[in-house]
Design a protein around this ligand. Structure first.
Ligand code: ZN
Length: 469
């Protein structure tokens, strides 16, 4: 199937120009002015932007957590992603403690089987390592295209690893060319603070935030940076929320260390005011690290502008408010941690980042697509508009008025973190490898069109098959 997109304003991390894009056999084969080609489908993109399909490096679909399972499976989560202009994501496999990585991978592949709407890769979350077993198996994961290891420094008694496991994983990564990712919060200290709060009778959602202070995030971020430097491994700190964590990342980057950080959409818009809402509404905003005070919003905008932070993900980890979050009605520590976000990342960052002048359109594309693709071994197959790249393309109408509301979303959850927010600018047509996924309000493609993408090792490029000589 061939597609011709006429007269759109092509915006990549580097460029901004008007041209036609011709797509053949799933890849972009020609870009030029007034292309005289016939195509099976012609899309008039005059007055519209043509963006690369966005890449979300941080999601949790169909994941058991906190005594329940996230409400979005691969099909509903990826459908939400497609409507938001995201055509590729990297989801977390969680190694059940004591299980082999091969078993965990098989379990996660089975969850995706036949349901995939967009392309996806996997990170492996390491929860324990055994000498003569999983420690050795870890080194073979990059051969399967799993080129990043994630470790939780928080969630004591569940997902948290000790510094030995953290450091040994970093040592393996330094040998295998994998990128180490950390959830950086000091889980031991948080555990103490949570127990003290509950003993004092403080059970409301607000105490989720008050027992996970910025210092706990700053300390763990700095510890991970120092240990990764010692092990010689590249490090990516997920969901950075506050000055205490931005500063050590910025210092390490100034020193030339292989350290990167991401933040997530919600940390620019939600705050302690939200989690303090009465009648358990605050539970909608229970995710970790927690919401911070509003002063950190500017810290984060400055960080993504200056490249102290290099990517914006969603950490989509959706639960129902009514029926799942309510597990913690009488005890904030039992509220499943996580929030939805896959559908509205581009809406929110375009409106309050690009349109508000906080980041350029080029930088927006870099934060939402190009840098995630580069850091996670998907570039230039994903993350840009270029000849030879996958034809993952978003025709974006910068003038379309759109109101964000749970009533119209494609995620299965019953609320939205940005409920009622009005934005100008929304995806109009979304293509995955030349297949029309979304057109207007319709999902055009059927589940099964998405594929697993084996990723390249850290720092290496990934090319579409047709582009490989
Ligand atoms: Zn996460």
């Amino acid at each position: 199937m061939s597609v011709l997109i006429r007269g759109g304003r092509i915006i990549t991390a580097a460029d901004d120009y008007v041209a036609d894009v011709y797509v053949e056999d799933e890849t972009v084969s020609l870009i030029g002015e007034s292309l005289d080609m016939s195509a099976d489908k012609v899309i008039d993109a005059s007055g519209k932007y043509v963006l690369p399909g966005l890449v979300d490096p941080h999601t949790h679909l169909d994941m058991p957590f906190g005594g329940t399972v996230t409400i979005d499976d691969v099909e509903s989560g990826q459908t939400a992603a497609a409507f938001g202009g995201t055509t590729c994501h990297v989801d977390f496999i969680i190694q059940p403690q004591g299980s082999s990585f091969a078993d965990a991978l098989a379990e996660w592949r089975a969850k995706a089987n036949g349901k995939q709407v967009i392309d996806m890769g996997y990170h492996m979350a390491v929860t324990d390592l055994e000498e003569g077993g999983t420690l050795e198996e870890l080194a073979s994961l990059p051969d399967e295209g799993i080129t990043s290891y994630k470790l939780f420094m928080a969630y004591k008694g569940a997902l948290m690893v000790d510094d030995e496991t953290l450091f040994r994983t970093m040592e393996v990564a330094s040998q295998t060319g994998a990128l180490v990712m950390v959830h950086a919060e000091n889980g031991d200290v948080i555990d103490v603070l949570v127990r003290q709060a509950l003993e004092a009778g403080n059970t409301a959602p607000l105490y989720h935030a008050l027992t996970r202070p910025p210092e706990a995030e700053g300390e763990a971020t700095n510890r991970a940076i120092q240990l990764a430097h010692l092990a010689g491994a590249p490090l990516y700190v997920v969901h950075v929320t506050c000055r205490e964590a931005v500063e050590p990342i910025a210092r390490a980057r100034e020193a030339g260390w292989d350290v990167w950080g991401e933040t997530c959409t919600q940390y620019f818009f939600n705050s302690l005011d939200d989690i303090a809402k009465p009648d358990f509404e605050g539970a909608k905003y229970v995710y970790s690290p927690p919401v911070r005070d509003r002063a950190n919003w500017d810290v984060l905008w400055n960080a993504v502008r200056s490249d102290a932070l290099s990517a914006i993900s969603t950490d989509h980890c959706a639960f129902l408010w009514d029926g799942q979050k309510t597990l913690g009605k009488d005890d904030f520590s039992k509220i499943p941690n996580g929030g939805p976000g896959l559908e509205n990342r581009l809406h929110m960052i375009h409106e309050f980042g690009a349109r508000a002048g906080r980041v350029s359109l080029n930088r927006m594309v870099e934060l939402l697509a190009t840098n995630p693709a580069k850091l996670f071994g998907l570039y230039p197959k994903k993350g840009t508009v270029a000849v030879g790249s996958d034809a993952d393309l978003v025709v974006f109408d910068p003038d379309k008025k759109f109101t964000i509301t749970a009533a119209d979303q494609h995620s299965k959850t019953d609320y939205n973190l940005y409920e009622g927010t009005e934005v100008t600018g929304s995806p109009e047509v979304v293509l995955l490898r030349g297949n029309v996924l979304v057109e207007g309000d319709e999902l055009v493609a059927s589940p099964g069109v998405g594929q697993y993408v084996p990723r390249a090792r850290f720092g290496q490029e990934l090319r579409a098959k047709s582009a490989v000589a």
